[in-house]
Design a protein around this ligand. Structure first.
Ligand code: FES
Length: 139
């Protein structure tokens, strides 16, 4: 019997082909980082070229309790500008986001948000609860 399990669908995303910047805002602190497509992926956490990958490679601390496999929502960020250059949130990502505090239409999980470089500068807010590593465990 055929059927599709949405949780098994591959996550679709497009890697950038040109450099772009991300302005990470964490409270009063700001850090602008340059993303070089030739160097992606920077690390192993989250999708290659994801906002989590970019942040961690440039010393921007974003909590990522599950290591970037959509098993938590601690990497919750808000893409204030340039969200249109990112892959669409998948169903599993949206399900996880439902569990995150303070969700807005700009909310994404950093480990599964991959900008394609079509917008020269993204603005990404790292929420306070993430910066402080305060989280509630679900039972
Ligand atoms: S790090 Fe767990 S969902 Fe992103």
């Amino acid at each position: 019997m055929g059927g599709t399990n949405p949780y098994l669908k591959p996550i679709e995303f497009e890697l950038p082909t040109r450099p772009y910047r991300v302005r990470f805002i964490a409270g009063a602190e700001e850090k602008v980082v340059e993303v070089d497509p030739a160097k992606l992926p920077y690390g192993r956490d989250g999708l290659p070229g994801s906002l989590l990958d970019v942040a961690l490679a440039h010393g921007v601390s974003i909590d990522h309790a599950c290591g970037g496999v959509l098993a938590c929502s601690t990497c919750h960020v808000k893409v204030k500008k340039g969200g249109e250059s990112c892959n669409e949130a998948s169903e599993p990502e949206n399900d996880r986001l439902d569990e995150a505090p303070g969700v807005t239409p700009q909310s994404r999980l950093a480990c599964h948000t991959v900008p394609n470089g079509s917008v020269p500068e993204l603005v990404v807010e790292v929420p306070a609860w993430n910066r402080n590593l305060v989280r509630e465990e679900h039972h």
